[in-house]
Design a protein around this ligand. Sequence first.
Ligand code: FE2
Length: 449
Amino acid sequence: MTGDQLARQLLKDLQGLSRQMALYPTGHPTTGEALSAATQSAEGLAASAGGEVVLSLLTDSFYLDRTLLAHASLESSALLRTMQSRGIESITFVSPVAGADVADLGAFVAGLSADVPAESTVRLNESPYSKSDLESDSSSAKLRSAYSRSLDVLRGAAGALDTDEPIDLSVASWAVEQLVEQTISQPAAALLLSTMKSHDEYTFFHSVNVCILSIALGRMSGLGDDQLKVLAIGALLHDIGKIRVDSSILQFPGRLDQDQWKQIKLHPQEGAASIMAAAAPGQEIAATVAYEHHARFDGSGYPSVTRRERDLHFFSRLVSTTDTYDAITTRRSYRRAETPNRALGVLLKGSGTFYDPDFVRAFIELVGVYPPGSLLMLEGGEVAMVTQTMEAGEIPSFVLVKTADGVLLDDPEPMSGADRIIVDQLIPGQVGVDPAALLEQVGVVVERV
Ligand SMILES: [Fe+2]
């Protein structure tokens, strides 16, 4: 595993450990399991880095030594904020990492102890790196921060619905405001970040991606800032009803039976009802979007709509387009991810029947022939990633991510697409790169919306 993967695993294990410790006494068998998992991960990470490694926390991000952990910062943002509220700025792990020291860390993060002993194999706030050693590009950091806060809204909403409490829509408004601002000011970078995927939290990452894509498409369709915020809340919460669907059905690897389908098909109504129960201004439109996002332009889809086709809300027709695009480009337990270009093909095929043709046309114009984050095999065997939106016939702008010899580059190199022939499109799993995590390195600068 790479340092990034080891760090992601460690953060998940530390989150699990501190949750366990907060809930169960120290001697509880599941706490023992959580502790040994976290210790093993910490040792694996420290050993792979030559015996000592520093995990730093700065603004909304984790860093492994000097390297930004883009994916982990979003995946473990709840843990990041808990650690920051406990005054943690960095954690140094020294091999061989002792289980007792990891237990001290877990207890401290869980708020069960006031300190972590110094001189141990797990040390707090002894980083040799200064803030300026770590600070990433500030515009990317703002964008990731808005993404992360939006994920928190969904995690919070899921937690509320789990305990039958109303969703707090005031937090949602604040988060989407940041996302609207960032998506408008740096749309190409936002489109690249929207390729971020998560297997464990599929619905949450999908919802934030749909929110970004909807804001960008809404802007292109001429919506003003206030309308975009309303649209963004609807897009962010469109799938919130899935909280009520059994996760074994959502993750089911095969074809669903009738009963399972029946449950899935309830999520639009469940979502709309939960949003209405939140009793906040503007919730009617968000509830409508949640209710109608699987209803199709020609009256098909679900729930079955009795009104005439054009009666679907403008925002619902827009979100149904972006929802489909993000879903197709994501790997699920029952099918592989498709390339962005192929997802555009699906939208085109359904244009005028399933999807509003005006939005399909505008969406293709927005993301271009090969949307940012697309991975393309070039003649000669190199793999390049598209970093900006481009229209048909335009010279593409690439970064080289994999050489013809199959070597993945740590720092993708800018290259001109002039005279290069695209022979195939690939999905991230085939190449072994995560386009969204390369946001800082590739410097997405072209803005079109
Ligand atoms: Fe849905």
